[in-house]
Design a protein around this ligand. Structure first.
Ligand code: NI
Length: 430
């Protein structure tokens, strides 16, 4: 409804005037006759309305127009600033223009992912199982990686440095079976009083991959190369020295203390190749020998001919000897003297992982035949040389001839200038 306050004849009851207006002007009931004959009462308001209202309204209109204009300008500026204007960024080092409100997702979609593609899913054999089954395309904005699910909500700021990279190929999930690659052996034992491992043998590993998706098998080759066993003979002859090693087998036993007494009184250190079963029976004797500076090594558990045993039994004899010694005196050694010196390439191949050395001898006194103390003494003295290893016994039978011969053996060797060494000491001089 349009209201025109400046209407010249605003008479009560005139067409267009509402009854309410009449009532307000006259103060009388809307049905009273006075309303028709009372126009002067409102007349003095008319000039004021005519002068002020148009100006107020015009002011309001102008204000509204200015405000609207300002709003429109602000809105336009804001829209330009945030949506319409074009900005420059770099993608993989190249300059690219885009609208300021473009998300990373839209940028990618509008540029065909800049040529980047997902990686492939490969079978273990290298065949392609899925052209796009590998790692997805990766993206980063200013060095921050953006996951695929976040690209549609990630704004790309002005001057941003965007990288888009193809996904890497991946290989299907697979089982790995590892098969041993047997190691070779280079065993040379002839001519050495000592046979030692220069390099322990170790089987290699061959990997076979079985694809869980493709079911295919792929030989991945030897992933760990085998290492050959190398055993070499050795005869230590320390230059400029005159050393000799006394060794005693088959103990510890009842006569070992008499031998130990002589060695202690003469200040000589020797090497005892003990049986595991004897060490278990005479642990205190082995402990005494150790405490008095002698070397303890392994002569098997029960003194069988190892070459007559199968592989498992032979290994059990060797490990049983080590275990008996360790239990008796705590000695941890990997040095063996095979009973009867019987230890060939087969035994080496079957047990080389258990030992570092097999120590034989240069001078056999044949004391076990009980040839008499003089014969034992003479066997040593007539064959003595620098680095010689002398075989005697402190166990395995009546050793009274050894007990009688030993003091003179020591005295006469010493008179010839010999130093007495253990096998360890001899090896350190080699
Ligand atoms: Ni023996």
């Amino acid at each position: 409804m349009s209201r025109t306050p400046e209407a010249p004849v605003a008479q009560a009851g005139a067409p267009g005037r509402s009854a309410a207006s009449v009532n307000r002007i006259t103060g009388r009931g809307m049905y009273g006759n006075a309303s028709r004959v009372n126009p002067p009462l409102g007349r003095h308001h008319r000039p004021l309305k005519r002068r002020v209202w148009p100006r107020v309204l015009a002011g309001i209109a102008i204000t509204v127009a200015i405000a609207a204009g300002a709003c429109a300008a602000a809105w336009s500026w804001w829209m330009w600033q945030h949506h319409w204007r074009s900005i420059d960024i770099t993608v993989n080092g190249s300059s690219v223009s885009m609208r300021v409100d473009t998300t990373l997702g839209a940028l990618m979609a509008g540029n065909d992912d800049f040529g980047a593609v997902p990686g492939r899913l490969l079978a273990v054999t290298g065949d392609v199982l899925d052209q796009h089954g590998g790692e997805p395309v990766s993206t980063a904005v200013n060095g921050h990686e953006i996951a695929a699910r976040d690209r549609e909500t990630t704004a790309v700021p002005e001057h941003a440095d965007v990288t888009v990279e193809s996904g890497k190929d991946t290989t299907e999930a697979h089982d790995v079976s590892r098969e041993p690659v047997p190691h070779g052996s280079n065993i040379v034992i002839a001519g050495g009083a000592i046979q030692r491992v220069r390099q322990h043998g170790r089987d290699g590993v061959r990997e076979i991959w079985v694809g869980k998706k493709s079911g295919k098998k792929a030989d991945k080759g030897v992933t760990e190369p085998p290492v050959d066993l190398v055993v070499e003979p050795l005869n230590p002859r320390p230059a400029g020295r005159k050393v000799i090693a006394l060794t005693f087998d088959d103990g510890p036993g009842p006569q070992s203390p008499a031998i130990l007494d002589i060695l202690r009184d003469k200040g000589v250190h020797a090497t005892f190749f003990n049986l595991g079963s004897q060490a278990a029976a005479f642990p205190a004797v082995e402990q005494r020998a150790l405490a008095e500076g002698h070397q303890i090594a392994n002569h098997s558990n029960t003194h069988p001919d190892l070459t007559k045993l199968d592989k498992a039994a032979m290994r059990a004899e060797i490990t049983g000897g080590f275990a008996g010694i360790k239990a008796a005196s705590g000695v941890d050694t990997r040095i063996l003297r095979a009973p009867y010196g019987a230890f060939g390439t087969k035994q080496w191949a079957d047990a080389s992982d258990l030992i570092d050395m097999n120590v034989l001898w240069d001078i056999d006194t044949l004391d076990w035949k009980r040839p008499g103390p003089n014969a034992i003494h003479d066997a040593v003295l007539s064959n003595a040389h620098n680095g010689a290893i002398v075989l005697m016994h402190d166990g395995g039978g009546d050793r009274s001839q050894d007990v009688k011969a030993l003091p003179r053996i020591i005295d006469d060797l010493r008179a010839q200038g010999y130093e007495f060494v253990t096998i360890d000491q001899l090896m350190q001089m080699a």
